[in-house]
Design a protein around this ligand. Structure first.
Ligand code: NAP
Ligand code: ZN
Ligand code: ZN
Length: 347
C-alpha cells in the first residue's frame, strides 16, 4: 500500500479537507501515475454532496487526471515510465459483456468501475484524482499528446470526451446546426469540438455575459435563454442540441428548437427527472437521448483530435486550498471554464 496526500469530503455538507488515502500495491498490469493536475467536474460536486445518492465518506473525487508514469507492473506493455498519461471517469469494466466486447466499456452491462465512489474488484471504494498518485490498470490509461499542456489536458478526460462522443455519434459536421445549452466546463468544450467538426454552432446560455467568449470559440450565434424571445426566434432550427446544464431545463421549450428528425441529447445530469411532454416529440419526429462519457478508444481518438486541431480547454489553475471556493463558483456558474487543481500544491 502507498499512502498519498489527497483532498477529501468528510460529509455531504462540510468543506473538503486535506488528508491521506491509500493506493493499492502495483499489480502486474497496473501503472503508477504521479498526478500533476486534476480538473473539477460538476459531477464531483453532485457526488460529494450526495445529490446522486448516498456515498461513503471520506471520499476523494476527481476524474480528470493527468500526470506522468513513475512505475509499471511486470506485464504492462502500453505505457512506460516517463510517459504523459491521463485517466478519466472509469478505471475498469467487466471486459466480457457484449458492450465491453464491442469497445463500449463505458456502457458495461455489469457497470463500469467509476474512478471514484465505486466498489473496485478488491472490494475497496475507488478514490479519485484530487491526490498525488493513483494506481490504474493499463487498459484504462490514456496517452496525452505532447502538444497539449498538462493543465489543459486534464478537462479533456471528462468534459472533452463527454461532449465529443455525442457530437461524433449524432454526426455533427458540415451542414448540421448544433446548439449547446450551458457554457460551463462541458459546454465550452462542446462548442470548440463541434466547431472543429465543421458544424454551425449556437450557444444557448442563461445570459449574454459570455457572448464574446462563445463567439471567440467559434460559435456563429449566441442567445440568452432567460429571454423568452429566443425560443420563438429559434423554433425548428437545430439538428442536434447538446444539453450540458447541471439543473433541470424546461424540455418542451428546448425540444421545440429541433427541426425534422432532430435530437436533444442530455449529458447534463441533474438529480431531478427531466419531464418530457410527448407532444413536443411528435412535431418534427424529434428524439430525446442521453449519453455517458465515452469509451477508452474514443477518448484516445478525442485526445488526438484535439491535439491535431489545436483545441484545448480554457482553465483556471488553483491550489489545493482553493477547492471549496472553486466549488461555490461552479455552483454560481462563475467558471471560465474549468478549474484545475495544481497537484504540486498537495505534495
Ligand atoms: P458546469 O461547469 O457547472 O456547467 C454547467 C452550466 O450549465 C453552467 O455553466 C451554466 O451555463 C448552466 N447552468 C447551471 N445552472 C443552470 C440553471 N439552473 N439553469 C440553466 N442553466 C444553468 O458543469 P459541468 O462540469 O460542465 O457539468 C455539467 C453537467 O454535466 C453536470 O450535471 C455534470 O454532472 C454532468 N456530466 C455528465 C457526464 C455524462 O457522462 N453524461 C459527464 C460529465 C458531467 P451558462 O452560464 O452558460 O448558462
Ligand atoms: Zn466529469
Ligand atoms: Zn462489461
Amino acid at each position: 500500500m502507498l499512502t498519498v496526500n489527497a483532498i477529501a469530503a468528510t460529509s455531504a455538507t462540510d468543506p473538503l479537507v486535506r488528508t491521506t488515502i491509500e493506493r493499492r500495491d502495483l499489480g502486474a498490469r497496473d501503472v503508477l501515475i504521479e498526478i500533476r493536475y486534476a480538473g473539477i467536474c460538476h459531477s464531483d460536486i453532485h457526488t460529494v454532496r450526495g445529490e446522486w445518492g448516498d456515498v461513503s465518506y471520506p471520499l476523494t473525487v476527481g476524474h480528470e487526471i493527468v500526470g506522468v508514469v513513475t512505475e509499471v507492473g511486470g506485464e504492462v506493455s502500453k505505457h512506460a515510465v516517463g510517459d504523459r498519461v491521463g485517466v478519466g471517469c472509469m478505471v475498469n469494466s467487466c471486459r466480457e459483456c457484449p458492450n465491453c466486447r464491442a469497445g463500449q466499456e463505458q456502457y458495461c452491462e455489469n457497470g463500469n468501475t467509476g474512478t471514484y465512489a465505486a466498489v473496485d474488484r478488491d472490494g475497496t471504494v475507488t478514490q479519485g484524482g484530487y491526490s498525488t498518485h493513483v494506481v490504474v490498470d493499463q487498459d484504462f490509461v490514456l496517452r496525452v499528446p505532447e502538444s497539449i499542456p498538462y493543465e489543459a489536458a486534464a478537462p479533456l478526460l471528462c468534459a472533452g470526451i463527454t461532449t465529443y462522443s455525442p457530437l461524433a455519434h449524432w454526426k455533427a459536421g458540415p451542414g448540421t446546426k448544433v446548439a449547446v445549452v450551458g457554457m460551463g466546463g462541458l459546454g465550452h468544450m462542446a462548442v470548440k469540438i463541434a466547431v472543429a467538426m465543421g458544424a454551425d454552432v449556437t450557444v444557448l446560455s442563461q445570459t449574454l455575459s459570455k457572448k464574446d467568449d462563445g463567439l471567440g470559440f467559434g460559435a456563429e450565434n449566441y442567445h440568452a435563454t432567460r429571454d423568452e424571445a429566443t425560443f420563438e426566434a429559434l423554433r425548428n432550427t437545430f439538428d442536434l442540441i447538446i444539453n450540458t446544464v447541471s439543473a433541470p431545463i424546461d424540455m418542451a421549450s428546448y425540444l421545440g428548437l429541433l427541426r425534422l428528425d432532430g435530437t436533444l441529447v442530455s449529458v447534463g445530469a441533474p438529480p431531478e427527472p427531466l419531464p418530457v411532454p410527448v407532444f413536443a416529440l411528435f412535431g418534427n419526429r424529434r428524439s430525446f437521448a442521453g449519453s455517458g462519457i465515452g469509451s477508452i478508444g474514443e477518448t484516445q481518438e478525442m485526445l488526438d483530435f484535439c491535439a491535431e486541431r489545436g483545441i484545448a480547454p480554457e482553465v483556471e489553475v488553483i491550489g489545493a486550498d482553493d477547492v471549496n471556493d472553486a466549488y461555490e463558483r461552479v455552483l454560481r456558474s462563475d467558471v471560465r471554464y474549468r478549474f484545475v487543481i495544481d497537484i504540486d500544491t498537495l505534495r
